[in-house]
Design a protein around this ligand. Sequence first.
Ligand code: HEC
Length: 398
Amino acid sequence: MSSRAALWSALIPGTLAVAFAGWLIACGSDSKAHPGDAGTNQEGGATDGGPEPTPEQQFRALEPELTAKCGGTNGVCHVIGSFSHAPTWLAKPDAYVSAKAYKGIIPVSGDTSDSILLTQAEHEGPSLQTSPDLFGKVRAWIEAEVGAKKLPETDPMSIIDGENTIDLTKLAPTLPGAKLTFLAQTNNDILTLTSIKIYSSPMGGLHIDSPFFVIVPKSGPVIADPVTNGFTGPLDLQKNTSQDFYSGNIILLKWASTSQLRVAFKAYGPLASSVDAGPSGACTNLTSFMTNAKPAFFSNTLTIPPDAGVAPGPGSCTSCHNGGDEVARNAMDLTTLGTDDTNACAQARNFINFSDKTKSTLVLNPQGLSNPGHPITTLMANDPIVVGLKQWVTDENP
Ligand code: HEC
């Protein structure tokens, strides 16, 4: 603590330094909270195979230790806030309610590591990172609160003044090449993005909803604020097109040259209506489709794995793509196969790669050679389904 006090004294003009020294004692936990003290009796229960604790139970278990660490003496820091206007995210009457409601503690990006509790550096008080044991418990609690709510988002990247490109392929492997481009300009702690454009993939249309920029400082709290740093509403692009990204520009505050930027989306995925192919998407060889592809799609020789969105056991491509599984239908909609084959054919045609038919997702996917997340990946190249689909792909023309 003495080196920290020395640092503060160096930074803060004379009189204030005294106040800060006093406050360091008030807000820092110092020797009071020994990591492990409050935790040891908890751990036993969890490993005994009892029911999983709820997020609230997890918080209650770490609450005393967290309050000791961050509340300060008599709560003057983050409980009451009487010291230095500290934000009262542990406020009475219920610290759990206060903590959950405080902006940034449960990150809207759904990415646990964005929580301001985990990213806060040494400030007027200590960083949680100085108590690895408590840090781990807080992290586990936030993870439990976030649950499966993690939003699709890019990896953080550094921004240069001038042209930048953010590759979006990671967000949907079936839509390679989708990207954002923009011009960036930094001015002290303001980052201005202009001419923001979004490009869909040559492989398919794109549907997004309410994107926002997340600022990841070199150290200190991540800023994930969809209201001030984002746009609201859906945006749809047909395949292989580009357009302005909402208003096309945005001003981001609290930026530093060493910060990095991520983009998160409330929703990101293939555009359902892009497979509503118009006349240009109509099949050129419906006869071959009927003879070769249709029986392949209906062939009941697949083994549907558990957790696939439809009942496990024997099944066909149509078990999922003909209405059983919404995700599958949104990707390739074969709902009309058997009632309107012309339409179903046009949908399937979207997954033929006419510049290199051997790279067609339609044929590669069930063999595990394209989308690793596809539930069916084990068909052999000589499986009658693959052979039938391949035949139609060969016969179909651009
Ligand atoms: C158990 C359900 C299920 C079955 C059976 C199934 N699919 Fe899929 N398929 C999906 C899901 C889910 C997606 C969306 C994957 C994604 O978005 O990552 C999908 C997507 C696709 C796509 C679009 C490209 C992509 O990866 O998004 C193609 C093409 C495809 N499937 C072909 C087939 C073929 C051919 C068969 C039969 C051999 C088949 N599928 C059987 C669930 C299934």
